[in-house]
Design a protein around this ligand. Sequence first.
Ligand code: IMP
Length: 180
Amino acid sequence: MLEDLERVLFTEDQIHQRIREVADEISRDYEGRELMLITVLKGAVFFLTHLAHALQVPARLDFLGIASFSPGKALPGVVRISKDVDQDIQGMDVVVVEDIVDTGLTLRYLLNILSGRQPNSLVVCTFLDKATRRLVDIPVKYRCFEIPDRFVVGFGLDFDQRYRTLPCVGILKSQIYQGR
Ligand code: IMP
């Protein structure tokens, strides 16, 4: 799979170290409180497990599934919840754990729904941030890495459900997805 990468952006060691730093930041901010980590399936699961292990505050976990109705995969489309969280988030300190924020449309939709359920607080923690691609203003409180406007895979991020298991993050060679 590594041969399909144009180049590696972040190595496994760099990723693990940066996640520990973000976990420390979150632990300081939420000292004495209990977190509800809501992870967006499936890409963010790899990030979640490392983040959760490194947290020094207690955390409950829950998961959200998103179905996209984009007319073309390259276009930001309409999304809906395909799997809702199982727990009541009212009064909880919620951190939404995402793999990547691109246009921000998916998160805007999720944050609208989740904020209507009256959590005590609601913030976003993303593994990767393509900030230059943003179409809507999303408050991203924690991010591990900001990346350029290139299609990346690995550490949970996929192309056509492949490459998620790569331990590093890299830019996918364009010939892999061109013509599809
Ligand atoms: P947004 O609604 O445009 O912010 O889209 C976020 C979603 O787009 C992510 O959860 C990913 O599923 C997908 N995505 C955006 N950029 C990439 C990428 O470079 N690699 C893999 N998936 C991506």
